[in-house]
Structure formats: structure tokens, C-alpha cells
Design a protein around this ligand. Sequence first.
Ligand SMILES: [Zn+2]
Length: 264
Amino acid sequence: MNRRTFLGAVGSAASLGAFAYTRRDRSTVDTLAVRVWRSERAARYDGVRDRVREYLERFLDLPYWSLELSFGGTVAVAHEDGARVTTRGEWPLTLAGGLAGASDLEPAADVNLLVTDGGMVDAPTGYGLPHVASVGGARHLAALEPIDELPATVPDAEDENPDVPIDHPIVPLTTPTRTMQVLLHEVGHALGLDHDHGVVFRSGETVVATPMLSTYAFSSSYDGDRSACKTAYPETTGRDRAITLSFSGCARRRLETYAGDVRP
Ligand SMILES: [Zn+2]
């Protein structure tokens, strides 16, 4: 389903605008409150919480805010599918119920992420709405290396593209790294980012996609050819592929303006 169609149909019905009121007087945020829940099946895999904590602390604790990361425990869900649990309304309505005091679940002001045991083969594998995100792949997150053991290379410095996250590493494209990138992608949507805040860039003979563009960078059906910051995407066909878990410069500049109020 088209994102905007969904937002019109269901997003407003879940009263998600209530999240915005906690921060409406502020021009930007000093702290970014992110809370992560797991479905009961996702909670069976050891290591999910540790990996999510390590990677969010590395890639979402940006210079202009301090990350307040917390875990909200397990949630019983009817859908393990990481996208449908949100697009069919279940996760947004669970959060809305928590906001209204109908359950013990306490939403966070900025991002509320649910990790499920959904598959990571058939897209979409996750979904993000203002303040609400979900992703499948708990077993793959559990299989991801601890962050200090992740094989990584530094981008080729001769690339002068200002949107390339020069200071952060390129990682191999595997199912566990891709799952973490989709997690970051959906968190980015929850904070108001769109796909064109991502970039794909060349590092030597490899093409590297940042979280918001993700593997759309390698899909012939994606029709964007430049970022929201006007950086042209290189041809990706026939080249080696890799990803970065760092948000692009374009995404970071947009996040810096985040003031707690995300509108579709
Ligand atoms: Zn997306």
C-alpha cells in the first residue's frame, strides 16, 4: 500500500497526533526518547535487546541530541509480519491505547519501535509512521555480530559527495546487517525522514546504500535518481553492493531540525 494512502486511511484514526503535544513549544529536541518492544516470539531469541541497544546507541545518538533508549518488554501480537503489524493498525492502536491509559504500555515521546519475528525476504519487512515503527527479523538481529566485531571498511575518501557519511564504516550486505538497516530505516521514517534522505554512493568499485534509501538503491523499480539534497545517485547495476548503518549527511541535516512534531 502507498504510504500516503495508508496515512490517510488509518494513521489519523489512531490519534497519533497526541505524541506531538509533549514537545510543541520547542524548536528542536535535547533528548530523543526511543522505546523498543519485542513480540513474544521475537523475545525468544537471545541477543536482540543487546544488538538493538548497541546499534541504536552508535547510529542514532547524534551530536545534536542525547539518546534516551529504553525497552518496554514484550507485546502479544496477532501479526508477526514486521510491516503488517503496523499497516493493519495493530501496533499503532496498541500504542494509542497506552496513551489513553487503557493498558500498562507507556509510549515514548519520539519513537516507539516493535521488533517481531517476521520474515525479511518479501518487502515490505517493516514500516514507519510518525513516532511509530515496526520491523521483522528478530532472529537475524540475534545473529548479527556485536558492534565491535562487525567487519567494516572506511569509505573511499576520494568521493567528495557531502552526503556520504565519511566518518562511519561500510559493512557487508548480509541478512543480519540488512535487517538492522531496515530497523534504522523505519526509525528514520518515525522521525520524519523519507527515502530520498538516503543516498547511494561509490566507494571504489562498490556501491553503498545508506539507511533511508536502503536496498531501493539496487532496485530497478525505484525511480528516484537523486537525494532530497540534490545529490545524484550513481548507476548501481553490475557493481558490488554494500551498506552503511550511518544516516547520510542529507538525513542528518533533516534530523537536526526535528522538533518532536512529525507530520506526514
Ligand atoms: Zn521506507
